[in-house]
Every structure is written in structure tokens, then in C-alpha cells.
Design a protein around this ligand. Structure first.
Ligand SMILES: [Zn+2]
Length: 64
């Protein structure tokens, strides 16, 4: 989930809606935007993965 905005000079900014960080500013085309968004390692998503992995292992632990 990314929020893209366009500047007056036609360049783009993109922001991650999960961690609310600006990923890139003044990007000239959408291909570059997509690349930069793909490269973004979201700390919020990493945290969510960690929490759900922990939940799964806890659940697993109780079953055993
Ligand atoms: Zn993010």
C-alpha cells in the first residue's frame, strides 16, 4: 500500500501507508516509483510477520 503524490514539476513522491515513511521524492517516472516501492523493506510489515510467527509457534507449542 503506497500513497503517490505528484509535484508541480511533474515528478512523484511515494509514501508507504504501513509505516508512513516517505520512500522517495522527486521521482521522474512511474517505473522508477515501482522499483523504489518494491525495494522498500517495511519495518511495520516485518514486525507483523514476527508477531504472527510468534503466535503460530505459541499455538504449536500448546498442541505439543
Ligand atoms: Zn513501510
Amino acid at each position: 500500500m503506497y500513497s503517490r503524490t505528484q509535484n508541480d514539476n511533474g515528478t512523484f513522491n511515494t509514501m508507504c501507508l504501513d509505516c508512513l515513511r516517505t520512500i522517495a521524492r522527486s521521482v521522474e517516472n512511474e517505473t522508477d516509483l515501482e522499483l523504489l516501492e518494491m525495494r522498500h523493506v517495511c519495518p511495520e510489515k516485518a514486525l507483523m510477520r514476527l508477531v504472527s510467527a510468534k503466535k503460530n509457534s505459541e499455538r504449536h507449542g500448546r498442541v505439543c
